[in-house]
Design a protein around this ligand. Structure first.
Ligand SMILES: CC(C)(COP(=O)(O)OP(=O)(O)OC[C@H]1O[C@@H](n2cnc3c(N)ncnc32)[C@H](O)[C@@H]1OP(=O)(O)O)[C@@H](O)C(=O)NCCC(=O)NCCS
Length: 237
């Protein structure tokens, strides 16, 4: 099946290698960065900008689109656009991944080498998991989540949409929820729920800041699951 990869950077180059090893016919890349159109990556041409998706199936017979971008919102946006245009957005799971047949896996999911996933986990559309991640049972990764290399993700919790977990972080079993679009810093040990939009880091993880200010009622910041007094953000997670 003729395919293109969105993103002609180093991660795109790495996915090119894995997809070619898996027998996928990668015909080209698409990338919006100035100056890369007309160049090539390992001999595969950068065909044009991402808008070219509109015509690629007719002009090049492309059927499938891969988009291994680390930016969760862009990855989801481009894959949803591709799907709306009628392209397939297949998943790629490296052959070394140990995954129970009882795991539900959505579309456009990418999982790299050495990851292990226990039964009854659920991995929704457009999730990206890097190398050597351990994902425990009954955990749900919602759309557009990203788990970096070496993440240890405990059992029976939910990562809301666009959650981003940095390299070698641990999310301890007992945590119930990583809020939408939160960011867990490299090496963090998360022992409490993380509010939506929060950036947390450290051992144990504390809130560094919010990507967007959480709503406020009087003197209280109101999160998905917790409400704390203004000014006490660093002790909330
Ligand atoms: C947490 C993170 C998002 C913070 O980035 P930032 O907003 O630019 O923050 P800064 O670098 O300005 O640091 C702010 C403070 O947090 C501390 N800090 C930053 N990252 C930290 C981390 N991972 N663990 C502990 N403390 C951290 C800094 O030392 C600094 O402390 P100070 O205010 O006492 O000096 C970032 O450092 C991080 O860990 N990103 C994840 C990267 C990653 O894993 N990518 C995956 C690649 S595959």
């Amino acid at each position: 099946m003729k395919s293109v990869i969105i993103g002609a950077g180093t991660y795109g180059e790495v996915y090119l290698a894995y997809l070619q090893e898996a027998g996928v016919d990668v015909v080209g890349f698409l990338d919006d960065a100035d100056g890369v159109q007309g160049t090539s990556v390992r001999g595969v041409p950068v065909l044009g900008k991402i808008d070219l998706l509109e015509t690629l199936s007719a002009t090049h017979g492309i059927c499938a689109v891969y988009c291994p971008l680390g930016n969760n919102k862009l990855r989801v946006k481009f894959l949803e656009r591709a799907r709306a245009l009628g392209y397939e957005t297949p998943s790629y799971i490296h052959p070394s991944v140990v995954i129970s047949p009882n795991v539900k896996v959505g579309q456009g999911v990418y999982i790299l080498l050495g990851t292990t996933i226990m039964p009854y986990a659920e991995i929704r559309d457009y999730v990206m998991i890097s190398m050597g991640v351990h994902l425990a049972h009954h955990t749900v990764l919602k759309e557009g989540t990203f788990l970096s290399t070496g993440v240890n993700f405990g059992a029976s919790m939910v990562a809301e949409k666009f959650s981003y977990v940095g390299i070698s972080a641990t999310i301890m079993t007992g945590v119930k929820n990583l809020g939408e679009d939160c960011l867990v810093g490299a090496g963090a040990v998360v022992i409490k729920d993380v509010p939506a939009n929060a950036v947390v880091a450290g051992v144990p993880a504390k809130i560094l800041k919010f990507k967007q200010p959480p709503p406020r009622i009087g003197n209280e910041l109101v999160f998905q699951n917790v409400s704390i007094r203004a000014g006490l953000e660093r002790s909330a997670a």
